[in-house]
Design a protein around this ligand. Structure first.
Ligand SMILES: NC(=O)c1ccc[n+]([C@@H]2O[C@H](COP(=O)([O-])OP(=O)(O)OC[C@H]3O[C@@H](n4cnc5c(N)ncnc54)[C@H](OP(=O)(O)O)[C@@H]3O)[C@@H](O)[C@H]2O)c1
Length: 343
């Protein structure tokens, strides 16, 4: 029997768990994601075994599921997924710690990232998990790690957002966007959020000072220019994004899905980095890093009431494919969680 780390369980290993299984790449979630019973993973040296109470889906789930853009395949597996489970976000309870692990003990409530997280148990690195914010449910906490770490790095570290800055955020109503709007607002910026018509009140409630309905208005219309543009929607040209900036403004390209199956959205990101040294504007991009320090920063902001996950819907693990389908249909406001209660 295979376990979620891809290895074969040894004879006599009888404890099983519910898990999502993905044996091949495909763009249709119903065709490639199924739930099965697999052998429980075991904890090794320097590892923490987490009983997963909740997880969540995001665009990264789809990229891992589809194996697209092809640029991800050296990491995810060239012909088929190296890991037969695309889950990454986790909130749960420490079940066991391996030799050499300090700072965690069985019974601790934690959140963070772990490979193969769409399962009742996942093996995490201690430097990728942190104590769960006490005021959040497991389902809320599981929506935070990847999306909010990305938002934090975009706003604080790359965007240099601070008091009084004019900040434009595209894709403001999505998983990364909802955290980005809240963080930019909390750091004292004047936030302009771009979203589609049904999501305008939602982003306003997150702390946006102004909203732009991109179906009716172009953010380039009018004289307003921005000290920082955080581009999460990823569908505008580098030239347009630069035109939205002040002469010495900062562009943070966070997302992009538009450049076809080979590069995804990375073409604009490469060009921005190449151009940046030759212009007074700061044009940058980044791949978010997953680490406990960032999670602890997020916990402080959540505990202080500054940041709060917006959970649109919670699905049972058995309906992971439906959750990914919901994400793809474009109607989600905020995040989609998966619950393992009862597994
Ligand atoms: N750099 C990194 O390390 C990193 C980390 C995580 C995610 N990402 C990337 O960030 C992007 C967003 O991820 P996510 O999880 O936030 O996705 P998401 O939850 O699906 O949100 C995407 C948002 O974009 C908006 N959008 C779609 N088409 C648009 C358009 N034409 N104009 C303006 N807005 C549009 C959508 O809402 P409405 O159109 O309805 O307003 C939606 O709210 C993805 O490309 C993802 O791969 C990058």
């Amino acid at each position: 029997m295979r376990n979620t780390s891809g290895s074969i369980a040894t004879t006599g290993e009888t404890e099983t768990m519910a898990a999502v299984v993905q044996e091949r790449y495909g763009t249709e979630p119903e065709a490639v994601l199924r739930t099965a019973r697999l052998a429980r993973p075991r904890v090794g040296p320097g590892q923490v075994l987490v009983r997963v109470c909740a997880s969540s889906v995001d665009r990264g789930t789809w990229h891992m599921m589809a194996g697209l853009p092809y640029a991800v395949r050296p990491v995810s597996g060239m012909r088929r997924p190296k890991l037969p489970n695309p889950g990454r976000n986790v909130a749960g309870v420490v079940e066991a710690v391996g030799p050499g692990v300090t700072g965690f003990a069985p019974g601790d409530e934690v959140y963070g990232t772990a490979p193969a997280a769409f399962a009742a148990y996942a093996v995490a690195r201690p430097d990728r998990i942190a104590p769960k914010p006490a005021g959040l449910t497991f389902e809320q906490a599981a929506t935070v790690p990847v999306s909010a770490l990305t938002a934090l790095q975009a706003v604080r570290d790359k965007g240099r957002v601070r008091e009084g800055r004019q900040v434009l955020i595209t894709g403001a109503a999505g998983g990364v966007g909802t955290f980005t709007v809240q963080l930019a607002h909390a750091f004292g910026a004047q936030v302009t959020a771009v979203a589609s018509t049904p999501k305008l009140d939602f982003v306003r409630a997150l702390g946006a000072d102004r909203v732009i309905d991109y179906t009716r208005e172009d953010f380039l219309a009018g004289p307003r220019r921005y000290d920082t543009v955080i581009d999460i929607a990823g569908n505008r040209s580098l030239r347009d994004l630069r035109r939205a900036l002040t002469p010495r403004g900062t562009l943070v390209i966070t997302g992009g899905e538009t450049d076809g199956p080979w590069l995804g959205g990375t073409d604009r990101q490469l060009r921005a980095q190449l151009l940046s040294p030759f212009t007074p504007q700061h044009l940058g991009t980044f791949i978010s890093s997953e680490h406990a320090d960032g999670l602890r920063d997020l916990t402080s902001l959540i505990d202080a009431g500054t940041l709060s996950p917006a959970v649109d819907h919670v699905y049972p693990l058995t309906e992971t494919a439906a959750a990914v389908r919901h994400l793809l249909d474009g109607r989600v406001m905020g995040k989609l969680a998966l619950t393992l209660t009862g597994d």
